[in-house]
Design a binder for this molecule. Structure first.
Ligand SMILES: [Fe+2]
Length: 267
């Protein structure tokens, strides 16, 4: 389903969102209530990686939830295209790289306004719990809370803030000099494209398509006496490596290969 949302703020405040998995923990889960799955509130082990040709960046974001170790990857292709994985993913069974929930461009209109134009994906590999709603996707709307200024009153937005309060509440152009960056802000940043050269293109796969780096990998690994944080780190590292290494394969073969390699690594 196509959709668009207008924002009365600088585009960078909106575009940086997919590279910040920590706002999912706090803004979307712990501060008020779980906007998505409660599993988003588990603090993840996060790593950011450069894509081939430095055409973009992707992150791995890995956490434990019950019996599962859940690794998510998300991508930004420079300068303004992003794909997060399934927004209604449930870490309730093993999964090997169902793909993205959203494909979106954040487009500056001028210095203090911008627009997201994108696709919200519905298919039989995503949102197995059926929480999405096509009828809520379209012009200035999308099917999750706190994305548009028009959907709720100012007071409601202040009481249960969503992405729109975090982005627009910074003001028309956030004063970056006033930021106090902490350990969870590592991935929030951008290298300016100032040289005027064409941006690098990503190589295509065997089907002639540009494959995504974004998706979910969920392994069943009940907690043991071993160092669980080290396990999460290792799962995230392997997922990042395997998702990158399998990019050239056709999509169908790629999922099977990701599963084969993850099982070879973790049993
Ligand atoms: Fe968000």
């Amino acid at each position: 389903m196509p959709y668009s949302i207008d924002y009365p703020c600088n585009w960078l405040q909106v575009a940086e969102n997919p590279m910040d998995p920590f706002h999912s923990v706090f803004l979307h889960t712990r501060v008020t209530r779980a906007h998505f799955n409660p599993a988003w509130g588990a603090l993840p082990v996060v790593d950011w990686h450069k894509m081939e040709n430095e055409a973009g960046i992707y992150l791995t974001n890995t956490r434990r939830w019950g019996e599962y170790v859940w690794a998510r990857t998300a991508e930004v292709i420079m300068p303004n295209f992003a794909q997060p994985p399934d927004i209604y993913q449930d870490p309730d069974r093993e999964k090997f790289f169902p793909r993205v929930g959203i494909s979106k461009w954040t487009v500056p209109t001028d210095n203090t306004s911008c627009k997201i134009i994108g696709w919200r994906h519905f298919n039989d590999t995503l949102d197995l719990g059926g929480k999405g709603d096509r009828s809520k996707v379209g012009l200035d709307k999308i099917d999750f809370m706190g994305q548009t200024g028009s959907e709720r009153s100012y007071e409601e937005g202040q009481h249960v803030p969503g992405d729109d309060e975090a982005q627009i509440g910074q003001g028309p152009i956030t004063i970056h000099a006033g930021e106090m960056l902490g350990r969870t802000d590592t991935g929030v940043g951008i290298r300016a494209v100032q040289s005027g050269k064409d941006l690098p293109a990503l190589p295509r796969n065997a089907e002639g398509r540009i494959p995504t780096m974004a998706g979910d990998v969920i392994l069943r690994r009940p907690i043991s006496n071993a160092d669980d944080l080290a396990l999460q780190r290792e799962v995230g590292r392997r997922v990042g490596e395997i998702v990158a290494a399998t990019r050239p394969l056709p999509h169908g073969e790629r999922q099977a290969e990701i599963e084969r390699r993850m099982r070879a690594a973790f049993g």
